[in-house]
Design a protein around this ligand. Sequence first.
Ligand SMILES: C[S@@+](CC[C@H](N)C(=O)[O-])C[C@H]1O[C@@H](n2cnc3c(N)ncnc32)[C@H](O)[C@@H]1O
Length: 210
Amino acid sequence: MTSTELAREALPQRLKRKIKHSLGPWGVFIEGFLRNPVMVGSIVPSSRFVINRMLGPVDWANCKLFVEYGPGVGTFCRPVLDRLGRDGHLIVIDTNPLFIDYLRRTITDSRFTAVLGSAADVEDIVRAHGHEKADYVLSGLPFSTLPDGVGPAIASATYRVIRKGGAFLVYQFTPKAREFMARHFKRIDSGMEAINVPPCFLFWGWKDED
Ligand SMILES: C[S@@+](CC[C@H](N)C(=O)[O-])C[C@H]1O[C@@H](n2cnc3c(N)ncnc32)[C@H](O)[C@@H]1O
């Protein structure tokens, strides 16, 4: 934008752009929430305490494909890429074009792919990117506010796409997701992280058999 164009820009718009710019990823996240509160489900990204607890049990040496649902502005993406091996692949899937566009612009790691789509289509997405199975799937989806039938469909597609020995990692503000997970995953470890806004439930569903 040239300086003349800038001067002509209406004050409220200029102010809005400045505030958004100074907030960085938080500004993008809040905008995404305000545009679609039901699908985003939270106004604040996850804390580093949630990130470290959630990723703690992952066997990174044996992780070639890590999939994340609902990455938002990428709160988990950098920590996952930091832990993932050189030949690993991180595929993130989000229904919000604002977030996917932001992630594609800001994360340039060759191991990273951001897909605009629904987690319900994870099997097609994984296959389209040259993989048969995922080692781990992480979800920040607001399971309790998803449209009817979407939560169970995502849970069953996720179970099918994970390899034996892999896991479905879920963090959520309500224990609702556990109900969907329990229909498929026989072994589920649970936890709670208080240092987050709001405090959240953590679940690790292990796929012990094919
Ligand atoms: C609570 S936010 C997650 C924020 C982020 N992962 C974090 O830790 O801060 C939920 C995200 O799920 C996305 N979402 C909602 N329904 C979805 C679906 N069916 N498939 C993929 N993403 C979806 C929303 O667009 C939003 O980015």
